[in-house]
Design a protein around this ligand. Structure first.
Ligand code: NAD
Length: 484
């Protein structure tokens, strides 16, 4: 007999049970948040150095046990172990950067007080929020949550983490590993469970929610947070485009865009889903990407779709495009063969088909020709999403990048912005708001406190009900002098 309700995780490729974990109840969530509040106070008092020591130990522990964690990620998500290893390696790099750089970016910053307040010393403090609730997805079950957990902890907060119900084992492993290196510190609690557990966390007394998941769920989470005015960071879905200009290195572009579309079975928020290629180089690009894609094999190059329900969405997008006249370069209208989707690349895909407007989250790619980079930019920006993009051009990469409505762009590469811990990560429009990673990602988990201190008293006292006409006149003259 089980005393607590459980959730079970299964291996997507075989359907085998991987593990059972508690389905954390709303009452338990409230208890964990209360315990985390106490932990946060102690964590705050040990300062940047104390926290750095513990977080670096944690990073070292994960690094030493990288194979074990990568195997678990592979089992629960279905991705190849080598991809899982890369994911964990990147997460460790971020954790390590956040712990080493928190002080540099969060220490008090001194500002000029301005002429009228010349007798004051002014500084801004970046104060930890308290307890951050992290709600994670399954597609990168280590890298994505660590982008919030690592930065929130380094900034001085405690965290209650609700991993995806598809990857509870990975979430549990992260919590246990932290407790192993920092027993009794009580600043990282893992609450496994489903949507109801996530909802309870969003409605609890946390000081911020860092949500990563679909736009649809993100809107629900934002609504839950609205009741308490709980601030929320939203990392949601995307429909990223690659733009290929006339002067692009076509071979490199084809190889990188193919990887960006197919890796992790296309289950990457910043994965390549659309391509706008200049008509003058389109044939060459299409022939090269088709040639390379012919060697991609579902179940070998990438794994099964982690979430069985996603297969119906992928299938619907492919069939919708086909019915509207799309041509298959690789794959067919019947590419989805559960639990896999065979590599699928289409061209001449109508812009109003769901394969162009909605996040597909499968190993599929839609390629359309354009007559100018202006057209490519306009079509890229027409999406309701605005997460990342990739631009391929020898001469105009930076200029094209600066005209895109999105949070991140890689020029002559794909997705590289995510691997650098110094670069903020996040989107606009339906892709969300707020940033993880980099200095911005550290500050996301703090609030600003402005402190203004009197250094000496001026004869001119402005903060008095007995202010004289003479002092008003001095202020007037001074401001007129400064603004001529
Ligand atoms: P999802 O929205 O189904 O679930 C995300 C998390 O929210 C899960 O932990 C789930 O249990 C929880 N949840 C569900 N309903 C909830 C509710 N009402 N209140 C609170 N929590 C709730 O997303 P998913 O399928 O796990 O992940 C895939 C999505 O995540 C894709 O859209 C992908 O683009 C996006 N994603 C975005 C980023 C990014 O950084 N922008 C990174 C990775 C994944």
């Amino acid at each position: 007999m089980t005393l607590v309700n459980e959730i079970i995780s299964y291996a997507p490729s075989t359907g085998e049970e991987v593990g059972r974990y508690p389905d954390t109840s709303p009452e338990m969530i409230h208890q964990l948040v209360a315990r985390a509040k106490v932990g946060a106070e102690n964590w705050n008092t040990i300062g940047f150095n104390g926290r750095k020591g513990i977080l670096r130990k944690w990073a070292a522990y994960i690094a030493a046990n990288i194979d074990e964690l990568a195997n678990l990620v592979s089992k629960e998500t279905g991705k190849p172990t080598s991809d899982a290893m890369l994911e964990v390696a990147l997460a460790i790099d971020h954790l390590s950067w956040a712990s080493k750089n928190a002080e540099r970016y969060l220490k008090n910053s001194y500002r000029s007080p301005g002429l009228l307040m010349a007798n004051m010393s002014t500084h801004v403090e970046h104060v930890p929020l308290g307890v951050v609730g992290v709600i994670g997805p399954w597609n990168y079950p280590v890298f994505t949550p660590i982008g919030s957990i690592g930065y929130a902890l380094a900034a001085g907060n405690a965290v209650v983490f609700k991993p995806s119900e598809y990857t509870p084992g990975v979430g549990h492993w992260l919590g246990e590993s932290f407790n192993h290196v920092a027993p009794g510190i009580n600043v990282l609690f893992v609450a496994t469970g489903g949507p109801e557990t996530g909802k309870a966390l969003a409605e609890s007394a946390v000081n911020k929610i860092a949500f990563t998941g679909s736009t649809r769920t993100g809107k629900k989470v934002a609504a839950s947070c609205a009741a308490n005015l709980t601030p929320v960071l939203m990392e949601c879905g995307g429909k990223d485009a690659a733009i290929i200009d006339i002067d692009a290195d076509i071979n490199r572009a084809a190889e990188a865009v193919l990887w960006g579309a197919m890796a992790n079975a296309g289950q990457t928020c910043i994965g390549m889903e659309r391509v706008y290629v200049h008509a003058q180089v389109a044939d060459k690009f299409i022939s090269e990407i088709g040639r390379l894609a012919a060697t991609v094999v579902a179940g070998k190059s990438y794994g099964a779709s982690t979430m069985p329900a996603q297969l119906a969405i992928i299938d619907a997008h492919i069939k919708d495009a086909a019915s509207k006249g799309a041509i298959f370069i690789i794959g067919s209208a019947d590419s989805v063969v559960p639990p896999y989707t065979n590599p699928t690349i289409m061209m001449n895909v109508p812009e109003n088909s769901s394969a162009m407007t909605e996040e597909t989250f499968g190993p599929t790619l839609a390629i359309n020709r354009v007559n100018s980079m202006g057209e490519a930019i306009a079509l890229t920006n027409a999406s309701r999403y605005g997460l990342g993009a990739s631009v391929w051009s020898k001469r105009n990469g930076k200029s094209i990048a600066s005209q895109l409505q999105c949070g991140m762009v890689s020029v002559n590469s794909v997705m590289s912005f995510t691997a650098s811990p110094t670069m903020p990560f996040g989107g606009i429009k339906d892709s969300g708001y707020g940033r993880i990673q980099g200095p911005e990602g550290l500050r996301e988990f703090t609030y600003c406190r402005s402190v203004v201190r009197t250094r000496f008293n001026l004869p001119l006292n402005l903060t008095s009900l007995n202010r004289s006409a003479k002092s008003d006149n001095v202020v007037k003259k001074l401001i007129q002098l400064l603004n001529r």
